[in-house]
Design a protein around this ligand. Structure first.
Ligand code: GTP
Ligand code: MG
Length: 135
């Protein structure tokens, strides 16, 4: 079994989609290992998205992620990393995410794409340490 770090980003929380996202995770057969509503500071956001430091959208992304409460979740199960990335859909909610995915069903803009999911075992371990150091 595997663990992945999922975020319901501030746009997902403000639009009332937390239950929708959690429901899809549970119906897939994945389990919740930790869950918290949290407003994150700039340093944590920059650490989480360190791989994008220097990119054109980095400052907007950090501002967005710190702009309101989000829900951080550790999701556990067989092939959890890949399974959640499939549930989320591609980064661009219109061009890449297909209907039936979270982003494909509810998103319109690349930045406001509702959820985050770790993209590899290494990322998942790194990110879970940032968000849930006690786990
Ligand atoms: P995450 O699960 O959030 O990491 O998304 P991802 O893995 O599908 O995409 P990636 O890691 O490449 O980008 C991280 C986040 O930055 C995306 O989810 C978007 O919110 C934002 N982002 C990525 N590319 C762009 C872009 O070209 N413009 C803007 N404004 N935001 C972007
Ligand atoms: Mg990513």
């Amino acid at each position: 079994s595997e663990r992945t770090l999922v975020l319901v980003k501030p746009d997902g929380v403000s639009r009332g989609l937390v239950g929708e996202v959690i429901s899809r995770i549970e119906r897939k057969g994945l389990r919740l290992a930790a869950l918290e509503l949290r407003t994150v500071d700039e340093a944590t956001a920059k650490q989480h998205y360190a791989e994008h430091d220097g990119k054109s959208f980095f400052n907007d992304l950090v501002e967005f992620i710190t702009g309101g409460p989000l829900v951080a979740i550790v999701v556990e199960g067989t092939r959890a990393i890949s399974a959640f990335r499939q549930l989320a859909g591609g980064t661009d909610p219109v061009e890449k995410a297909t209907p039936g995915t979270i982003r494909g069903d509810f998103g319109l803009e690349v930045q406001f794409n509702l959820v985050h999911g770790s993209d590899s075992v290494e990322s998942a371990e790194r990110e879970i340490k940032i968000w849930f150091p006690a786990l």
